[in-house]
Design a protein around this ligand. Structure first.
Ligand code: SAM
Length: 276
């Protein structure tokens, strides 16, 4: 019988956030796959758990993943942890989950700390619909293209960012979304210096002109204003004809409806006169 891959979330700052089930799962697993074994060892020492550790990270996943899969297929169980938070969410693990699922190995995800969800819940922005964007691409051209596509995104958006890139990222967000867009800057969540700043993009850029970015950040950005539903040319023509039937001159009716609906005047005029 094959073993199970357990995805075990770990605290994003406060060690008290490790759940009893996570600790029990770590203690029961045959071995633990960790992003940085030194970081995970601190947590395991805190929990007084002794377990064989193997390393699984971005730069060795191609070799390490198949070795872990082999052990799972042979019946061992593995707990996957990363340095902090939920494995596979902007963290190593996504590929291992796919590898295991594809090979028919059961994958069991335990709920627990995740910086994105913690920030969203405290942001005071709409939480009903949101888009997780993780880290923006490192290349400037790709970052620009990503932000361009997000300009009309109406859902609340969540970004991860490192302190040394915060100022540059805020400047790019300002350029893409304008100074009035609401932003919740969630810093050092669950830690001693936790700070939530709820402001606009313009205010955030000004704030960090005189304050040094420090610690870990999640940026929660309010969505774009809802776009008015586009009116089809046929519907616009029907609206214009209703005005004409009410006694308005064709030219005036076309002008008014073109302005209200955004349908070009020439298109609308051609449609209206062809049907009069
Ligand atoms: N998988 C993790 C999770 O689900 O929370 C995220 C890992 S990602 C490599 C690390 C990023 O998460 C950081 O750069 C930061 O943007 C965010 N982050 C992690 N811990 C945080 C904290 N305590 N406060 C604010 N942001 C945090």
């Amino acid at each position: 019988m094959t073993g199970t891959l357990y995805l075990v979330p770990t605290p994003i700052g406060n060690l008290g956030d490790v759940s009893r089930r996570c600790a029990e799962t770590l203690a029961a697993a045959d071995f633990i796959a960790a992003e940085d074994t030194r970081v995970s060892l601190k947590l395991l020492n805190h929990l007084e758990i002794k377990k064989p550790l193997v390393s699984y990270h971005e730069h060795n996943k191609k070799e390490s993943g198949p070795r872990i899969l082999e052990r799972l297929l042979a019946g061992e169980s593995c707990a996957l942890v990363t340095d902090a938070g939920c494995p596979a969410i902007s963290d190593p693990g996504e590929d291992l989950v796919r590898l295991c699922a594809g090979a028919g190995v059961p994958v069991c995800a335990l709920p627990g700390p995740c910086a994105a969800i913690t920030a969203l819940s405290v942001s005071a922005l709409p939480t009903g619909r949101f888009a997780f964007e993780g880290f923006l691409p490192a290349q400037k051209k790709e970052r620009r293209a990503r932000l361009e596509r997000l300009k009309t995104e109406e859902r609340t958006q969540i970004f991860y960012e490192a302190p040394h890139r915060l100022r540059e990222t805020l400047a790019e967000l300002l350029e893409a979304f304008g100074p009035e867009r609401p932003l919740s800057l969630c810093r050092e969540l669950t830690k001693l210096h936790e700070e939530i700043l709820r402001l606009t993009l313009g205010e955030a850029v000004r704030y960090y002109e005189s304050n040094e970015p420090r610690g870990e950040y999640v940026l929660v950005l309010g969505g774009a204003e809802e776009q008015a539903e586009a009116v089809s040319p046929a519907r616009a023509a029907a609206l214009a004809k209703a005005l004409i039937a009410g006694g308005m001159r064709t030219k005036d009716a076309v002008k008014q409806i073109a302005e209200e609906t955004g349908v070009p005047k020439n298109t609308l005029y051609a449609l209206v006169v062809s049907e009069l």
